[in-house]
Design a protein around this ligand. Structure first.
Ligand SMILES: NC(=O)c1ccc[n+]([C@@H]2O[C@H](COP(=O)([O-])OP(=O)(O)OC[C@H]3O[C@@H](n4cnc5c(N)ncnc54)[C@H](OP(=O)(O)O)[C@@H]3O)[C@@H](O)[C@H]2O)c1
Length: 347
């Protein structure tokens, strides 16, 4: 039987530190009110991406996207099925789509703001938040090839190597013929990055000996793929070759701290002394090239040459606690919230 109401999570209070029980308010709305106006579609959500950047969107600070306002549905990338279409749309009921759909069970959005998913051989719906996801594989792809400009034979160091972006950077860099050094915060994750993702060397940064081992085994690297900030970045600034490159994808150690309490960079001078090229990026900078990435990553998936790991949590009510896993390091692979079974989409 179709549900009479659906749930959405409203940003109620901006967290200080970790997300807590007051951060989101559960709002129930009648399913009967879901209708698609001109140019709109109603999407039944299946999977929702849980991303570190959602913690940035909760802050009342200028950023690459406007902050989510108190009282608004929390912004989130998701995948789901179109269940209703309004006039003047180019989508049909049953089409799968992805885009900014929010932390909710149904979304009413302009059809032009979502991307239609083509499930090519070797792919499943969930992959459009993983290797084919904008905040997953596409971020890894453009960060590695367009920003870091990795070349065959170079040594690249990748932080959060067992996570969503990092695990794909490791694999894409190996495919490109680089020597890959992973950094992660857990022995089990380190084994996964080495044995299953194929990194050449992996360090657990929580073990004090890792820096000495790095000096013995790696010495200096050509590229650092930056996802964390803090002490790891300071160390890497002193372990890059002259004219080395840093692709700044994210700085997760700073998302939960209040303004002025971030650790910052102490070895800033190294950028000058080593003539480093440091470039930040947001994946959407490369939106015009997304079709190329879908094609190439899709072909790697089809040939079975990409490992992917999903950490799936069920139920919208678990969104807040689950988001915190990204900051405690308890996720392995891409963290995803499942809100409905794929394939059973009816209003
Ligand atoms: N620029 C863009 O367009 C873009 C797009 C997507 C993501 N990103 C960025 O990419 C980075 C990774 O995101 P993701 O979605 O792939 O997350 P993820 O790696 O799947 O999960 C986050 C991981 O970060 C590590 N971590 C958390 N707090 C840390 C700390 N204080 N110090 C060191 N490591 C810490 C933990 O791994 P360990 O157990 O290994 O410590 C945790 O599992 C983030 O900085 C994110 O903002 C950027």
């Amino acid at each position: 039987m179709a549900p009479s109401s659906y749930t959405r999570l409203i940003l109620q209070e901006r967290p200080k530190g970790m997300i807590n029980a007051k951060t989101f308010r559960r709002d129930e709305a009648p399913v009967s009110e879901l209708s698609a106006g001109p140019g709109q579609v109603v999407v039944k959500m299946v999977y929702i991406s849980l991303d570190p950047t959602q913690r940035i969107w909760m802050r009342d600070e200028p950023s690459y996207l406007p902050p989510v306002q108190i009282g608004e549905v929390m912004r989130a990338i998701g995948v789901g099925a179109v269940v209703k279409v309004g006039p003047n749309t180019n989508l049909s009921p049953g089409d799968y789509v992805t885009g900014f759909l929010g932390l909710q069970e149904y979304a009413v959005v302009p059809a032009q703001q979502v991307h239609k998913i083509d499930l090519v051989p070797g792919t499943e719906l969930i992959d459009f938040l993983g290797p084919l996801g904008v905040s997953g594989g596409l971020t890894a792809y453009f960060g590695l090839f367009e920003v870091a400009k990795i070349k065959k034979g170079e040594t690249i160091v990748v932080s959060t190597a067992a996570g969503s972006v990092g695990s794909l950077v490791v694999q894409f860099a190996k495919q490109a013929g680089a020597r890959v050094v992973g950094i992660t915060g857990d022995d089990d994750k380190a084994r996964y990055v080495k044995n299953e993702l194929g990194a050449d060397i992996v360090y657990n940064y929580k073990k004090p000996s890792w820096k000495d081992q790095f000096d013995d085994q790696v010495g200096q690297a050509d590229v650092y793929f930056e996802n964390v900030g803090s002490d790891i970045t300071d160390f890497m600034l002193t372990r890059l070759k002259t004219f080395g490159r840093i692709a700044v994808c994210g700085v997760i150690s700073e998302y939960n701290v209040e303004e002025g309490q971030n650790v910052g960079i102490r070895n800033y001078i190294q950028i000058c002394l080593r003539r480093l090229r440091v470039q930040g990026f947001i994946v959407t900078d490369y939106a015009s090239k997304f079709p190329d990435a879908y094609k190439e990553i899709g072909s790697w998936l089809e040939s079975g040459s990409l490992e992917r790991e999903y950490h799936v949590v069920e139920g919208l009510e678990n969104a807040g606690d689950s988001l915190n896993l990204l900051f405690t390091g308890e996720n392995k692979g891409k963290l995803i919230l499942k809100v409905a079974e794929p394939g059973g989409e009816k209003v």
